[in-house]
Write a protein that binds this ligand. Structure first.
Ligand SMILES: [Fe+2]
Ligand SMILES: [Fe+2]
Length: 135
């Protein structure tokens, strides 16, 4: 069974964003699977890098629409993104230098952050994006 499964309740009502969230979930699952199988550092670093890259693409998409539509909560939303990026980049640095292992705690942090950010923060822009013609 997958570590994290997409659920209709995660939908923000915008196809492009939902599909990016599903890709993020896939990448979290891929990282979890690699960890579980005890894959080597090369593979783990690669998967972690893919997750970081795709997260940047995804946050960029959300911020592009929030900016274009003048979303009132743009700055606080952006701040959540920035804090997460910083945390994951710090983690990557420590992982690559051998200071930190990729544990279930780390996986739980990624999973919990993603699910809670989607449900508490991303969901808020859904109706606003819809009103601006994005579905
Ligand atoms: Fe998102
Ligand atoms: Fe977001």
């Amino acid at each position: 069974m997958a570590y994290l499964t997409w659920n209709e309740k995660y939908s923000v009502g915008v196809k492009e964003i939902d599909s990016q969230h599903q890709t993020l979930i896939d990448l979290v699952n891929e990282l979890h699977e690699a960890m579980k199988q005890g894959k080597g550092k090369d593979i783990m670093s690669q998967v972690l890098q893919s997750l970081i890259n795709y997260t940047a693409t995804h946050f960029g998409t959300e911020e592009k629409y929030m900016t274009a539509f003048k979303y009132p909560q743009l700055s606080s939303h952006k701040l959540e993104h920035e804090k997460f990026v910083k945390k994951v980049l710090d983690f990557q640095k420590d992982y690559n230098s051998g200071k930190l292992a990729l544990t279930l705690d780390v996986m739980a942090f990624l999973k919990d952050w993603l699910v809670s950010h989607i449900q508490n923060t991303d969901k808020k822009f859904g109706p606003f994006f819809n009103e601006n013609g994005l579905r």
